[in-house]
Design a protein around this ligand. Structure first.
Ligand code: HEC
Ligand code: HEC
Ligand code: HEC
Ligand code: HEC
Length: 272
């Protein structure tokens, strides 16, 4: 009883939180159950104690709100920590897997759809820029019918660099809207800038994408002509990377870089 009396007064309302089981009094202490001043008549009843306070005070309201929050937090913790009573663990696991694979499938679909040649050529149109050169070159048209796609060379396979590249493509959308390369003339004028970016990147990654297919440790140097072998042996020993010599393997080179004489000339310069 003493607990109740101390605990339910507006001055110390929070104490009753600790003894919810003992708390048989009405929550709303401002509802007078008895006329004012009758406390002494029924001092043995906890209910009447409350009637001494007839106005809601800020403290009481705060106490009620805090209690509400506490109940919510407790329920939430119980929900997290206790096995679900309503749903079996099996159902929860299955729902989790379905949501997880659903999300992954959408992600995977988006990744795939934005990596096809059709997607790239949607902007890098056959008639306007890159596409029409690429279809005639050996990575696209060859005796074995082996098709190297845009993404094989331009989209990294490891996850983090791949996401970074996808993110950078947002800039491409922006320039597409600006119309930076939407005519053959504009494209040509911009080509050196873009090619330089690709070269720098491939230099940095040691031509990672080329090496996905062309494995230097699988190279049958004997099958190459003497000239090619000399280039490659010297390249490997000097830690050169493919793109240092093999520029323009899939596109017309930017103006000012002459394709056929480029390799010997570069190599001569490197041997000095
Ligand atoms: C929304 C249109 C659009 C799509 C789709 C698109 N591109 Fe581009 N791309 C551009 C534009 C515009 C530029 C020029 C951007 C600049 O100068 O910053 C560009 C530049 C490039 C460059 C030059 C290098 C660089 O880093 O800027 C490469 C390589 C490239 N795109 C490859 C691709 C590949 C591969 C795909 C398909 C996976 C693709 N693009 C899809 C519009 C697009
Ligand atoms: C998806 C696999 C793949 C990727 C990626 C790839 N290649 Fe190739 N490459 C091939 C195949 C297949 C051939 C042989 C084509 C043929 O039979 O003519 C080839 C041929 C070549 C040739 C000889 C023919 C030519 O066009 O001169 C060179 C040089 C070459 N690749 C360099 C590169 C470089 C540099 C890169 C990176 C920028 C690269 N390749 C990326 C598959 C690939
Ligand atoms: C020092 C310059 C140099 C470097 C570095 C270099 N190559 Fe070459 N490569 C050549 C030359 C020159 C040729 C002969 C001309 C040609 O086919 O373009 C050649 C030819 C090739 C060929 C055609 C081979 C054939 O027998 O027809 C392939 C494929 C090739 N290189 C791939 C690569 C790859 C992949 C790398 C990086 C691991 C690389 N090269 C690094 C200079 C180089
Ligand atoms: C065999 C690898 C390879 C393939 C396949 C390839 N590219 Fe490239 N791409 C390069 C390299 C290397 C460069 C750097 C410039 C150069 O050496 O020609 C480049 C440059 C570019 C540029 C910058 C402009 C320029 O001409 O230099 C664009 C845009 C581009 N590629 C888009 C594409 C698109 C779109 C496709 C598919 C239709 C594609 N590439 C297929 C290797 C490739």
């Amino acid at each position: 009883m003493t607990v109740l009396i101390r605990g339910f007064g507006p001055a110390n309302s929070s104490a009753s939180l600790d003894h919810p089981a003992n708390d048989t009094s009405p929550r709303h202490s401002w509802v007078p159950l008895q006329p004012r001043g009758n406390v002494s008549e029924s001092h043995s009843s906890g209910r009447l104690i409350s009637s001494t306070s007839t106005e809601p005070t800020a403290k009481v309201l705060r106490g009620q709100r805090d209690r509400g929050i506490e109940i919510l937090v407790r329920k939430f913790l119980a929900f997290l920590l206790n096995p679900s009573a309503r749903y079996s663990l099996g159902i929860l696991v299955v729902v989790g897997i379905l949501l997880g694979t659903g999300g992954l499938t959408v992600f995977d679909f988006a990744m795939h759809e934005t990596s096809t040649d059709e997607f790239c050529l949607g902007c890098h149109e056959l008639e306007v820029n890159i596409g029409r050169e690429y279809v005639g070159m050996s990575h696209s048209l060859n005796a074995r019918g082996f098709q190297v796609t845009c993404s094989d060379c331009h989209l990294p396979k490891p996850f983090v660099p791949k996401m970074k590249r996808k993110f950078r493509a947002i800039g491409e959308i922006y320039h597409h809207i600006l119309g930076t390369i939407d005519t053959p003339e504009k494209f040509e004028a911009h080509r050196m800038t873009m090619a330089t970016r690709v070269w720098a990147e491939m230099n940095e990654t040691d031509s990672r994408e080329c090496r996905d297919c062309h494995k230097a440790d699988q190279w049958d140097l004997d099958a190459q002509t003497q000239e090619v072998r000399d280039f490659h042996v010297s390249a490997l020993s000097k830690n050169k990377t493919c793109i240092n010599c093999h520029k323009g393997v899939a596109h017309k080179l930017p103006d000012g870089i002459v394709p056929d004489q480029q390799l010997p000339r570069m190599n001569a310069a490197e041997n000095q």
